[in-house]
Design a protein around this ligand. Structure first.
Ligand SMILES: [Ca+2]
Ligand SMILES: [Ca+2]
Length: 251
């Protein structure tokens, strides 16, 4: 019994007026708390959804070759930009996405100038494409050509489209799902998974002025819910242990 007491408690000397004061830090209780935190962390991993989340921030600066952006007359026009979010489901056979883009003309009538008109929009992936080795092939298109969201309600539109223009302003939103067997150039979602999961794919919006791409964003993984739960548990555990130590020392 005495041995257990010695291993569970650690003596500390507190300096102060009137000499040192001995107290006991109950490290056994602290270890119990840490053990409970570890169990919570394991449970968090076990119950977390297995979906994989991605996001992309689209800018002109990520395009390897960019012209302008200017109007057809050569005057500067508003710099386009956008964001996109992606969810790869548990079975890893469907990638759903939403994107919001500003300052690209989704209808051809949002501005009078033609240079900002949306031409195509795709996900690019697979190995880097020579000779520049800065671009990748189109692996799934969701506006214009190629259009690979074959079960989309917008597949029959002209141009085929997963996108909706803003009611006011210049730009719009897009939403669709890349299903397992869909793809372009012999690629499918399944064949692209190694590239997607290693942050090698990107989303690209092409315009009349920049048919090679006007805004582009790397599709990168975001922390999974389980990871966020682990961080929360760890921070909570540190707080509890600190509070416990402070309470013990104040006795
Ligand atoms: Ca326009
Ligand atoms: Ca689809």
């Amino acid at each position: 019994m005495a041995k257990n007491v010695l291993t569970r408690q650690t003596p500390l000397t507190l300096a102060g007026r009137g000499g040192g004061k001995m107290c006991w830090l109950n490290t056994g209780s602290a270890m119990n708390i840490i053990l409970k935190i570890f169990i919570l962390m394991v449970a968090a991993v076990g119950t977390a959804h297995a979906v994989v989340l991605f996001e992309a921030t689209m800018t002109t600066s990520q395009e390897p070759v960019l012209v302008g952006p200017t109007t057809a007359a050569g005057a500067p026009r508003a710099t386009p930009f956008g964001t996109a979010s992606f969810v790869l489901n548990d079975a890893m056979n469907a990638l759903s996405f939403t994107a919001t883009v500003f300052n690209i003309d989704f209808t051809g009538t949002q501005t009078a100038d033609v240079n900002d008109n949306l031409l195509n929009a795709h996900i690019h992936g697979g190995p880097l494409t020579p000779p520049t080795f800065t671009t990748r092939a189109v692996v799934w298109g969701f506006f214009g050509t190629p259009f690979n969201d074959i079960n989309s309600p917008g597949a029959g539109l002209s141009p085929a489209s997963d996108c909706t223009p803003f009611a006011t302003g210049v730009g719009g939103t897009c939403a669709g799902t890349w299903d397992a067997s869909e793809g372009n150039g012999g690629q499918t979602l399944i064949s692209q998974l190694p590239f997607l999961l290693s942050n090698q794919d990107y989303i690209n919006f092409h315009t009349v002025q920049n048919p090679g791409g006007e805004i582009r964003g790397q599709i990168v993984r975001v922390p999974e819910p389980g990871s966020l739960a682990l961080v929360g548990c760890a921070l909570g555990g540190i707080y509890l242990v600190t509070r416990r130590k402070a309470a013990t020392l104040s006795v």
